[in-house]
Design a protein. Structure first.
Lengths: 220, 514
């Protein structure tokens, strides 16, 4: 059984296609991590899978550039994860004054992320690591069957990264991430996918991928 | 492949030359147009002795008389109230229209709204509402709504699109706009609205010249009484008020100012209008006279042809003559004058004087300057050309000077100083922005030239005003539409020329200058 699949599809635009004739599937309960050098097409694959998944499943997204609204508070940026659950009137009044229940719910999400104190701070006043945690908070608040994350813990140190990925594991049954930290990827993933030069070099359970396989991925 | 051929500057220049639109050529073309217009211009002094008038006025101006404090205070406060209410109404309507600006119907509505000058709006609205506060507020709000819609939509387009892209699908359009679009453009919008308030203050003051109780009205009555001291006092207050807008108009205080303005305007007494004025205006007054009793083609032709040949064409010719001469003079003044406010070109005391002169010339709208010069030189095209060139030249000089100041740190350490720096480093580097600003002001100069007809100079506004005075509103509307079309045409031409010559501007500079 799969949640979503790509079957021999060409990703990217026209002649600039990065991933020609690619097949890829995601099954429920999997935690898949994409590995590979930058520019190899991880983001392209994540975006394609997100579009495919979002048709039928509730999907949370953590994009690489966070895509936060710097002028709005942490609280309101996190609220954006659920705008589609409510009508325009509800969202408009929430923008003017956040309902008590929503605030309490968001604070519950922010506390383990270490952001509860900063709930009313505008996002532009935050550090890079804090912004990234806000983007994670938005995905936590959204919840759903799958999380798609493009380098979701790149701006925090290693110990924090592990804790954040732990929270992610508890909140989402299925996840598809791109990570550059191999050790982190090994500890989180049930399945590792290596991308190199326009295709998949390896796609196997995390325990079966050797250090040699990974070295080949990054070799010149 | 065409793009790669344009990749080196020399190639690009050569290609532009092939198309015939190099910057020197465009400048030469405009200078030639101005020279061509000169023989048609009427610069006669009409028996006036400017020396005597000038010395009388100067004597009064050097002794400002704040004695008439009650009248001055009332005129100034009403000027502020009309500006605040008009700009607020214009900005909110513009904000509502902005997300729909890509729809052709909305875009054309906005172009039509802003192609008619505030004073013309006021004259038309008076036919329906009389000299009431609403006339003044709408005269500012209607054209400003068109301008705000355009600028706000550009600012929204320039904002970061990513937050809106990651919102969950199924988020409704309004929430999407309010959470992920509007907050990103809010700072730019606030900045522009504040800037527009300065423009609104000028517009509001000028509305006094057609009878609304603002500064222009009070200035006119002081002049009629020959009370130059009081006129001087009210003008000093006005310049101080405009120069300090950023000090007294704070975002937190905006609701307070708006409330105070609304209350003030609600308390202004105005003569009542008969009921049904709007219906009569729409179904009778503006319908061409020969068509009021049914369709009559020959009658329409006999009505339209003399209107075109005796009023529209002479009015257009005069408008172009004044505008082109004024534009050339504007460019010359700005180019020669921008160095006045740049450090390392002008010493500190000179810069202070330069700033003061430019602030004064920028504060007074063209129309008001023309009114002043008219008192000195008598009725001819001279006051109009001088007023347009001084005001617009001061704006361009100010913007170029500021741009030049930001260039200074990027120059080599052993760069020259004074006039050499101006001529060898700054002028060549600023030739692009200079041309862009002049082309940008071209449309504004034409708009203002048309409206100066209300002062008795034979441009389009003169014929519009006469038609209104004779209550022949149908003719006035035809002339107004012609004026609007010419303005919109010049705007399009100016944009095309700016693109062809590659004379671009940064966003900030682009929008500044009423």
């Amino acid at each position: 059984m799969t949640l979503a699949a790509l079957d021999r599809e060409t990703l990217g635009y026209g002649r600039a296609a990065v991933l020609p004739g690619l097949s890829f599937a995601l099954a429920p309960g999997e935690r898949v991590v994409l590995l590979g050098r930058s520019g190899v097409g991880k983001t392209t694959l994540l975006n394609a899978m997100h579009d495919r998944l979002a048709r039928d499943h509730r999907t949370a997204l953590v994009p690489q550039d966070h895509a936060l609204v710097p002028q709005l508070s942490v609280l309101k940026n996190v609220l954006m994860g659920r705008l589609d659950d409510h009508g325009a009137l509800y969202n408009l009044t929430n923008l003017l004054h956040v309902r008590r229940a929503d605030r309490a719910g968001v604070v519950d999400v922010l506390t383990p992320l270490g952001l509860a104190e900063l709930a009313d701070r505008p996002v532009r006043a935050l550090s890079g690591g804090q912004k990234q945690r806000v983007a994670l908070g938005r995905a936590w608040w959204r919840g759903g069957a799958v999380l798609i994350g493009d380098e979701p813990v790149s701006a925090v140190d290693e110990t924090h990264a592990e804790a954040l990925l732990g929270q992610m594991r508890d909140r989402f049954p299925t996840a598809l991430l791109a990570l550059h930290d191999v050790a982190l990827a090994r500890s989180f993933a049930t399945r590792l996918v290596g991308l190199r030069r326009g295709g998949i070099l390896f796609d196997a359970p995390a325990t079966e991928v050797s250090d040699g396989d990974i070295a080949a991925l990054y070799a010149h | 492949m065409a793009t790669s051929r344009l990749s080196t500057p020399t190639e690009a220049r050569r290609s532009a030359r092939r198309e015939g639109w190099t910057r020197p050529r465009v400048v030469t073309l405009f200078l030639a147009l101005a020279l061509l217009a000169l023989p048609f211009a009427d610069f006669g002094l009409a028996g006036h002795d400017p020396g005597a008038a000038l010395s009388r006025m100067l004597a009064g101006f050097l002794r400002p008389d704040f004695g008439a404090v009650e009248q001055i205070g009332r005129a100034i406060w009403l000027t502020v109230a009309f500006a605040v209410a008009g700009v607020a109404a214009g900005a909110s309507s513009g904000l509502v229209l902005a997300p729909f600006y890509h729809l052709r119907a909305v875009r054309w509505l906005c172009i039509a709204l802003r192609s008619v000058h505030e004073l013309f709006w006021a004259l038309m609205l008076m036919q329906i509402l009389g000299i009431s506060p609403l006339t003044g507020v709408l005269a500012i709000a209607l054209p400003y709504a068109g301008i705000f819609a355009k600028v706000f939509s550009e600012q929204l387009d320039e904002a970061d699109p990513r937050p809106a892209e990651v919102l969950p699908r199924g988020t409704d359009a309004l929430s999407r706009f309010l959470y992920a679009r509007a907050p990103l453009a809010l700072t730019a919008m606030k900045h522009y609205t504040l800037y527009r308030l300065e423009c609104g203050m000028r517009a509001s003051a000028v509305l006094g010249f057609v009878g609304l109780p603002t500064l222009g009205f009070q200035l006119d009555s002081f002049f009629r009484m020959g009370d130059y001291g009081a006129a001087s006092a009210i003008m000093i207050c006005y310049v101080v008020l405009i120069a300090s807008v950023r000090q007294w108009m704070r975002p937190v205080l905006a609701p307070l100012w708006l409330l105070a303005s609304a209350v003030t305007l609600a308390l202004v007494k105005s003569p009542p209008m008969g009921s049904g004025a709007l219906m009569r205006f729409l179904t009778e007054d503006i319908v061409p006279a020969p068509l009021r009793d049914g369709w009559d083609f020959t009658g329409l032709l006999h009505w339209l042809v003399p209107l075109v040949t005796d009023e529209m064409l002479p009015g257009l010719l005069a408008t172009f003559v004044v505008a082109q001469i004024a534009l050339a003079l504007t460019g010359a003044l700005a180019f020669a004058g921008f160095g006045l406010i740049v450090p390392r070109v002008t010493p500190r005391w000179g810069r202070a004087l330069g700033h003061l002169g430019l602030v004064i010339l920028r504060s007074f709208p063209e129309y008001m300057l023309a009114y002043l010069f008219l008192q000195v030189f008598g009725p001819s095209m001279l006051p109009a050309v001088l007023a347009l060139a001084l005001h617009n030249g001061a704006i361009i000089a100010h913007l170029l000077g500021r741009e030049g100041e930001t260039l200074l740190p990027t120059l080599r350490r052993d760069a020259p100083r004074g006039l050499t720096l101006w001529g060898w480093e700054l002028a060549p580097r600023l030739s692009g922005p200079f041309l862009a600003l002049c082309l940008y002001r071209w449309e504004i100069i034409l708009r203002e030239t048309a409206v100066m007809g209300l002062l008795g100079i034979a441009t389009l506004g003169f014929y519009i005003d006469s038609a209104m005075a004779e209550l022949r509103l149908d003719r006035a509307v035809v002339l107004l539409i012609a004026t609007g079309l010419v303005t919109a045409g010049i705007d399009a031409l100016s944009r095309a020329l700016r693109r062809r010559t590659g004379a671009g501007l940064s966003g900030q500079t682009r929008v500044e200058g009423c």
